[in-house]
Structure formats: C-alpha cells, structure tokens
Design a binder for this molecule. Structure first.
Ligand code: SAM
Length: 250
C-alpha cells in the first residue's frame, strides 16, 4: 500500500496504455502545485502489465465483426482487481470510464467526485472497453463532450483538472472558485484589469468606483445577462430553481 493510499490524500489511480502521458498538464499550475504539496496523489498503471499472453495483447477484434479493436475484459479485469485489492476498504473511490456515451461532466459532478476519497479512471483506446467489464465493475461512464477523442487519457486529464482544483488547499483562495462559472448556476461575469486605458477602451466605470455593493450588483446582473444570451438552457434551469426556492420559503 502506498503512502497516499494509507493516508486520506485524495488519490487518483489511472489505468492506461500510455502512463508516460501523465502527469502532463496536471503537473503544472494549480493541479501541479497541489500534486507537489501532496494535496492529491496520482499513480498510473500500465494496462499492458496485466496482459498474460506472450505478445501482451490488450485488445481483440469485436465479436460480430466490424472495424477496430475492443479492449479485453480479462486484461482490464485483472488491472481493476489489482487496484481494488490495494485500496483501503474505508476509502470511497469512484470508478470512472471516460466515454463519449457517458453522463456529461459538469461542475456538480466534479464537486461530487472531489468529495470522495479518490478515483480510479480506466482510459479507453481503440473502440473502447468490452461492455461486460463496464457492467461487472459498475464503471461510471463520463463524457467530456459530444465529440470523439482518440483515447481516454485526454478526458481523464480534463476530469481530474476539474476535480482537483476543488480540493481543499489547491486553490489559493478557497472562496475564489465559488464565483466560477456554473458554481452559482450561471456563467461568470466579465473580468477587467490593468491598464485602465487599453487601445482607448475603458472598463465599466462602476468597477473603478470602489463601491463594493454596487460592484457586486453589477457583476450579478452581468452574469445573468451573459447566461441568458449564451446559455438559455442554464438560465431557464436557474430561474426554475429560484422559483422553487421562493416557493419553499413561502
Ligand atoms: N467507439 C467509441 C464510440 O463511438 O463511442 C469511441 C472510442 S474512442 C476512439 C476511444 C476512447 O476514447 C474511449 O474508449 C474513451 O475512453 C475515450 N473518449 C473518446 N471520446 C470521449 C469523450 N467525449 N469523453 C470521454 N472519453 C472519450
């Protein structure tokens, strides 16, 4: 058992055919600093190490014919069971399979995942995993968008980045992410900084007023306007929730 597994550091375990891709972008900036400070841990296992034939095959042609190759359930199964055996029983670990057929990743899901003790992520390649492995290990299929990537590694990086920035201590100011897009149900307001005059363009006057209440009001209105024009679906959900909250109070 590794030190990260024994303590309660939020732990990411990756099953991949390309462990050398990690930490990649996750080794930089917020996530990278958090990793160095051991606010979270990352360990990668090569799926090929769990193949047993002499060519170390991890895939095979699909039953029923067709193009591409499918990742073998026996190889994936040994890799997952190896991880299951090494995780403490007390740990609440999510088992995730990034997949374009999965539930769409959103901020709520990222927050829920950050509240667990960690994640096992099975990175698919080729045509993906044999369905029996997905069902047997009850892997939660998570999509990062309606497009097809060539592998689950890039999706795993996106999922992990969204999750680890929410872990305590990873962001400088705990408060700052509470205003991020989606946290309030709305997209975030516009941002402006130095210089005050850039190419003859000035920031909205109110932001220079020093009047915190008015600034907060402007930002809230700006966030609502942006959400209504860019994401009417989010705005409708926000308004419906507000309506329900008001009814609850009455
Ligand atoms: N044949 C699959 C399909 O049409 O649903 C696509 C397989 S894709 C070429 C290979 C792997 O990339 C998948 O098994 C999955 O792990 C990952 N992947 C591709 N697109 C993804 C997405 N939008 N979200 C999450 N993972 C994705």
């Amino acid at each position: 058992m590794t030190q990260a597994m024994a303590s309660k550091v939020w732990a990411a375990h990756l099953l991949t055919l390309f462990p050398e891709m990690f930490p990649g972008p996750l080794g930089h900036s917020l996530a990278g600093r958090g990793l160095k400070k051991q606010l979270w841990s990352l360990d990668c296992h090569n799926i090929r190490d769990f193949a047993t034939d002499k060519h170390a095959n991890v895939d095979a042609p699909p039953f029923g014919g067709g193009h591409g190759m499918v990742m073998r359930p026996d190889v994936i199964g040994r890799a997952i069971e190896h991880l299951q055996d090494s995780l403490p029983d007390s740990h609440d670990t999510a088992f995730v399979y990034p997949s374009p057929r999965g539930r769409l990743l959103d901020q709520k899901m990222a927050r829920q995942l950050s509240q667990k003790d960690g994640m096992v992520i099975v990175c698919g390649r080729y045509e993906g995993l044999d369905q029996r492995a997905i069902e047997h290990y009850q892997l939660e299929e998570v999509s990062i968008g309606d497009y097809v990537l060539s592998g689950g590694e890039q999706a795993a990086m996106v999922i992990l980045d969204a999750v680890v920035r929410l872990l305590p201590g990873v962001m400088g100011k705990e408060i700052s992410h509470l205003e991020d897009s989606f946290e309030t149900g709305l997209l975030e307001h516009h941002h402006y900084t130095q210089p005050r005059d850039w190419k003859g363009l000035e920031p909205p006057e109110i932001l220079l007023s020093g009047h915190h209440q008015n600034i907060a009001k402007w930002r809230a209105e700006n966030a609502r306007d942006i959400t209504a024009s860019r994401r009417p679906d989010l705005m409708a959900a926000y308004m419906a929730k507000k309506h329900l909250d008001t009814e609850d109070k009455d």
